[in-house]
Write a protein that binds this ligand. Structure first.
Ligand code: ADP
Ligand code: MG
Length: 257
């Protein structure tokens, strides 16, 4: 029996006749796993993440099975339903800065409300309580009613994670979650993502810039180069040759970081 929460098969994305950003990518994300995607700039990592929840449309023939449904085939209504169960965490947080931390967390519930209720901010008492609890869990008890514009980068990202968690997701996708953060805040965020995977049992697929971070935190690492997977294995299997193969000419940049 398969343990896969997400099963990607032959995922292709062509932006223009000469820009094939993904050339047939296949891999699974299983229960209990934190999986990282690494690779040089332009390799196709963000394209991969955006295809998974169809922020961009994959090419015909691609398959992305999530919870037993092929996301590629879904109509708009069913897609909305599936997106409720995929939490997204972004490099630039995507928060509404003039609103408070707790209001931003509640935005994660919007998929569960009618448009009108959502616009009017008519959240249930239960959701408000849950949003507060998640902020407590992420060490933001003192910041619940702060405007997000007044939070540090690391705090903003923790609000972003709380917003993903309140969706009650089956999977969390993080596209460069620590690329805008200092090393200390990055560690805090990665520790939370690891806890979310291991304690809450929600698998995380994370696109990372830093190889060392991927090695320290992942159960499995996927190396992407020029739209194809060129490595898949455990952190222990990431040798110097593997890194050379993934990063090619960008290798010196990576080593200097
Ligand atoms: N909207 C777009 N239109 C055309 N080409 C794009 C678009 N987005 C990305 N690309 C191209 O697709 C390739 C992969 O980009 P991307 O997925 O952003 O890579 P990464 O996240 O690994 O840096 C690059 O060659 C990039 O220039
Ligand atoms: Mg990217």
């Amino acid at each position: 029996m398969s343990n896969a929460v997400l099963s990607i098969n032959n995922l292709q994305k062509t932006y223009a006749p000469n820009t094939k950003a993904l050339k047939g990518v296949s891999f699974d994300v299983n229960k209990g796993e934190l999986v990282s995607v690494i690779g040089p700039s332009g390799a196709g990592k963000s394209t991969l993440f955006r295809c998974i929840n169809r922020m961009i449309e994959p090419d015909q023939g691609s398959s992305i099975v999530f919870n037993g449904l092929d996301i590629v085939d879904l109509n708009r209504d069913n897609l909305k339903n599936v997106r409720k169960h995929i939490g997204m965490v972004f490099q630039h947080y995507n928060l509404v800065y003039r609103l408070t931390a707790i209001e931003n967390v509640l935005h994660g519930r919007l998929g569960y409300y009618s448009t009108l209720k959502g616009i009017m901010g008519l959240y249930s008492d239960e959701d408000v309580l849950k949003a507060g609890e998640l902020l407590d869990l992420l060490g933001l008890s003192e910041r619940k009613y702060f405007k997000c514009s007044n939070l540090s980068g690391g705090q903003k990202q923790r609000v972003g994670i709380a917003r993903a968690l309140i969706q009650d997701p089956t999977l969390i996708l993080c596209d460069e979650p620590i690329a805008s953060l200092d090393p200390q805040s990055s560690k805090v965020i990665m520790d939370y993502l690891k806890d979310i995977t291991k304690q809450m049992g929600i698998p995380c697929l994370v696109n990372l810039h830093q190889v060392e971070v991927a090695i320290n935190y992942s159960d499995r690492i996927i190396g992407v180069s020029a739209g194809s997977i060129v490595f898949e294995g455990t952190p222990g299997e990431v040798t110097e040759d593997v890194i050379k193969n993934i990063y090619g000419a960008e290798l010196n940049d990576i080593l200097q970081k």
